[in-house]
Design a protein around this ligand. Structure first.
Ligand code: HXC
Length: 260
């Protein structure tokens, strides 16, 4: 499938999705969203694909936000009647049950920061800059920035970023818990693809359940979360991969996963 605004490549069991509007610093317009929904649905459906990486083309930006030129003249009532931006969470995030990583180079601003936070984790290059500068346009985050950023870095930094629009560099982002690793810019894709290959080599049902379990921590009480965790663990013990995994450990060999 070829797209207008994104590139999709399969590297073994890893799907690499590249935002490809470098002339607009990979700004996220409606076509990007529709194409990402399609590409992620294809990734989710393809049993041979076990992890995905999303990144931005060019060396300047992961994505500089939702497309301001698309939004500038749009009547306010249409944002509401179309439930503008709803698809990011309802179709992309919720339907992608398999793991995906954001590899962030350069600017990840507004919707770009929000898209990176939709991923399961973020690997950032040393030149990454995160921000929610929507306030400068007299709006506010609309794709999860006020919610996911606050859960990731806490109220103090989220308020600071949303109210002043200041950018957060990679080092601060790692310290604050927004990104899992920071690597030199020229090592970003190597490191992200290596992490994705590591995940892709894991038993696939366990990968999906580990993802689901961590996400549940954001949605429920500790007591309910612990109960769900135990139940999910118990479900995994009934898989063929669990029998294989424990046998392989005892026999000192790698496991051969069936996803069953
Ligand atoms: C559309 C964008 C864009 C965006 C950059 N461009 N960001 N186009 N939407 N979000 C375009 C520029 O217009 C320009 O096009 C080209 O990309 C290069 O950008 P420059 O500004 O010339 O680059 P530079 O001077 O290096 O500055 C980089 C930058 C700046 C600091 C990242 O581009 C910037 O501030 N961008 C906007 C960031 C932002 O506000 N994001 C939040 C958007 S709102 P031309 O054609 O002139 O070459 C959002 C959620 C909104 O995400 C929710 C509300 C409902």
């Amino acid at each position: 499938m070829s797209y207008e605004t994104i590139l999709v490549e399969q590297k073994g069991a890893v799907t690499l999705i590249t935002l490809n509007r470098p002339q607009a610093l990979n700004a996220l317009n409606s076509t990007v969203l529709a194409e990402l929904i399609d590409a992620f649905a294809a990734y989710q459906a393809d049993k041979a694909q076990r992890c995905a990486v999303i990144t931005g083309s060019g060396d300047k930006a992961f994505a500089a936000g939702a497309d301001i030129k698309e939004m500038a003249d749009k009547p306010g009532a249409e944002f509401y009647s179309e439930d503008f931006f709803a698809g990011w969470t309802s179709q992309l995030v919720k339907s992608t049950r398999k793991p995906w990583i954001a590899a962030v180079n350069g600017f990840a601003l507004g919707g770009g920061c929000e898209l990176s936070m939709m991923a399961d984790f973020i690997i950032a290059s040393e030149n990454a800059k995160f921000g929610q500068p929507e306030i400068k346009l007299a709006v506010a985050p609309g794709m999860g920035g006020s919610q996911r950023l606050t859960r990731a870095v806490g109220k103090a930094k989220a308020m600071d970023m949303c109210l002043t629009g200041r950018l957060m560099g990679a080092e601060e982002a790692e310290r604050a818990g927004l990104v899992s690793r920071v690597v030199p810019a020229d090592k970003l894709m190597e490191e992200a693809l290596k992490a994705a290959e590591t995940i892709a080599a894991m038993p696939p049902l366990a990968a999906m359940m580990n993802k689901e379990m961590v996400n549940i921590a954001f949605e429920t009480t500790l007591d309910t979360g612990l109960l769900m965790e135990r139940r999910m663990f118990q479900v995994l013990t009934a898989t063929e991969d669990k029998a294989e995994g424990m046998k392989a450990f005892i026999e000192k060999r790698p496991g051969n996963w069936q996803g069953k």
